[in-house]
Design a protein around this ligand. Sequence first.
Ligand code: BTN
Length: 267
Amino acid sequence: MSDSKALDLPRLRQNCPDWTIDIHAELDSTNRHARDEAARYQTPAVIVAESQTAGRGRGRNIWRSHAGSLTFSILIEPQQYGISATETPLLSLITAAVVRETVVSLQLTSSADYQLKWPNDLYLRNRKLSGILLEQTGSQPPRLVIGIGLNVNNSTAGMPDEIRESAVSLIDLAGSPLDRTAILSQLLLTMQRALEDEAFRQQMFPRMWQRDHLLDGQLVTIEAGSGNDEQFLMGRCEGIDETGALILRDHLTTHRIVSGVVKQWTD
Ligand code: BTN
């Protein structure tokens, strides 16, 4: 089941009056578009594509855009909100928490079923519901592109074999199509609140990450670095520190991992 209902642009604009909203039927990648065209948008902006032909993910990941999902990039200027360069990397963790807050508010299931996974994924009952990709633009003052893929009305039944078991979509939970315009509006408003309100931002990070992190206590394998510096680390996850780094403890030492790809995790 998928909804062919287009996003309602007038309603989005009415719900989110402070946002520049740009909807495309197809783009190669909303992140690529937002980066290359960053200078021509008034921020905050959201660039949505109903379909992406070359959706990008973290590391070597690709992101497929199935009809009925939400694929979009948020373009912001952190300085506009007094967010310093040191706090900027935390915006990807904050965004994952904002996506979680948004889907929890739909009340489709217990909030405990939604878990964040470092560095910026959202899982629903151990399956991936949303992925986030944060990229810098070259502009001055710095602008940031936060790409979000969220499975909404694209049922796993229509997904390719290789991801069907590991992915999940909200429609699988709800049983009938959801209002994507309402979900996107809610997400943008929650993001705006996180950007404007430091106390709310802290509820998103560190608080939500301390409470609802899928990897805490798990035995985790991470691929860190790249090229000649590439290494695999395995250890018990002891949470996330105040800078957003993942803390892994092995029998010798404690690793503080700033960036990497989680390859697997078990109890
Ligand atoms: C990941 O899970 O590795 C991150 C996936 C991010 C996908 C989104 S979809 C919208 C935006 N445009 C892209 O090309 N990628 C992001």
